[in-house]
Write a protein of this length. Structure first.
Length: 446
């Protein structure tokens, strides 16, 4: 059967691609109907953190579904959601965290924006409605999440539907907006936040929405250590909430439970997703300190956000089993250790004429490609450099995650390498071997 548009009845995301049909997975590998093996070096979309085919999580899902498959969070609570909220709260840097569960990172970003708005309204600061975020960045595909993202090729035709938001330069040191090097830059990217708040008027700014370590949009760009302490201070001084998007970086992906833990600051709202169930069930979460919720409660109001599948019992059971599996197998520590080994194995590729930068933390690593290493000039988008690279990888049975546009909003090519935390040294070496072969072939695309 031909698994591509216009055949069959699936509306495929890519209308010009023929999709392999995967029948099963185990560990870091996926297998298609023809028996071909794929090394999942990106964990799908940096989701399958604990690997494929984990029976403990599958059994937890089955067990809960046999008891009750669905309950409305508007009508009932249940043991899976109580358990998971308690588990997560112990892992978060909040004195008394309250956790709200949804089904995607985009939904949780939307909910966090609404929570921030309601918080300010309940405090009598109704003018606080403006949002500030970073460029490059990505926070999701629903309308508010896309509005605060800086992914222009996703936004272009939907721009009339999007709300206005202010962007400041991300701490993307490889392409510093002020064309300086750390520490000579004096963290100008962080201080741009204060400039924007003053320009908008602090009485109008609700929140700063930010990734911690960049995701696909900036290819795992890691900010300098002082960046977030400066941002935290600016937010405090101007009464702006700090919302951190840990959808990709949370649940141990960067070698700590949250990427925030590298930078010595406490966010106001934490958004998570992807890895909290390892992809076995769609689940996301926002976490907030109790004292913020108290402002809503004391006015005899409720959190004005509800979705059909919020606090889903099967999803929460999957989350608890995933967290148990991560703890039992010390996978956060393993992410840190294996990440160092993976980074070391990739480091020789920096001498390749088309590799501009290799960066990241833990098992979230990015490789950025350039046409000219000295000027950092990207390949023209019409070359489709990273698309060719991904196809070569797929033919070899290597799955990588691509992104484009990070250089100037249109041009730029990079890949994320984000394998399951269970990856072995032999599999690290296999990634290195395949990527070396691919990069040698890519020299022909100049």
């Amino acid at each position: 059967m031909n698994f591509r548009y216009p055949y069959g009845h699936v509306l495929y995301r890519n209308l010009h691609l023929s999709y392999p049909l995967i029948t099963h997975g185990k560990g870091a590998y996926l297998y298609d109907e023809k028996g071909k093996q794929y090394l999942d070096a990106s964990s799908g979309a940096a989701v399958a953190n604990i690997g494929h085919g984990v029976k403990e999580v599958a059994e937890a899902i089955s067990s809960q579904a046999k008891k009750v498959g669905y309950l409305s969070g508007m009508q009932f609570t249940h043991q899976p959601v109580e358990n998971l909220a308690e588990q997560l709260s112990k892992l978060l840097p909040l004195a008394d965290g309250k956790v709200y569960f949804l089904t995607s990172g985009s939904e949780a970003i939307e909910a966090s924006i609404k929570l921030a708005r309601q918080y300010w309204v309940e405090r009598g600061k109704e003018k606080k409605v403006r949002l500030i975020s970073r460029d490059p960045s990505y926070h999701g595909n629903t309308l508010a999440a896309l509005s605060v993202s800086a992914r222009e090729h996703y936004k272009d035709i939907f721009r009339p539907l999007l709300q206005e938001s202010t962007k400041i330069p991300a701490p993307y040191c490889y392409r510093c907006f002020c064309e300086q090097e750390y520490p000579d830059c004096q963290l100008k990217c962080a201080h741009e936040l204060e400039k924007s708040i003053k320009k908008l008027g602090k009485e109008t700014v609700s929140a700063f929405v930010t990734e911690v370590i960049g995701g696909a949009s900036s290819g795992a760009a890691v900010p300098p250590p002082e960046y977030f302490p400066i941002v935290r201070q600016i937010c405090d001084e101007h009464e702006v909430l700090l919302i951190v998007d840990e959808v990709m970086t949370g649940a141990g992906r960067t070698g700590k439970w949250l990427a925030s833990q590298y930078f010595d600051f406490i966010p106001d709202i934490i958004v998570m997703g992807k890895g909290i169930t390892g992809g076995y069930f769609p689940l996301s979460a926002l976490a907030v300190e109790k004292n913020m919720v108290d402002y809503i409660s004391k006015n005899d109001r409720n959190f004005l956000h509800a979705q059909t599948y919020a606090h889903h019992p099967v999803g929460c059971a999957a989350g608890s089993a995933t967290l148990d599996f991560i703890e039992k197998n010390k996978l956060v520590e393993r992410s840190s250790q294996t990440g160092l080994a993976l980074m070391e194995s990739l480091s020789p590729f920096i001498s390749h004429p088309q590799v501009g930068d290799i960066r990241g933390k833990g098992l979230l690593l990015g490789v950025e490609f350039v046409k000219n290493k000295k000027s950092k000039a990207p390949f023209p988008r019409k070359k489709k450099y990273v698309e060719h690279l991904i196809l070569k990888a797929m033919k070899r049975g290597l799955i990588l995650w691509p992104n484009t546009g990070q250089a100037d909003g249109i041009n730029g090519d990079l890949i994320l390498i984000a394998p399951p935390f269970t990856i072995t040294q032999a599999e690290v070496e296999r990634i290195y071997s395949y990527l070396g072969e691919i990069l040698e072939e890519m020299k022909q695309i100049g």
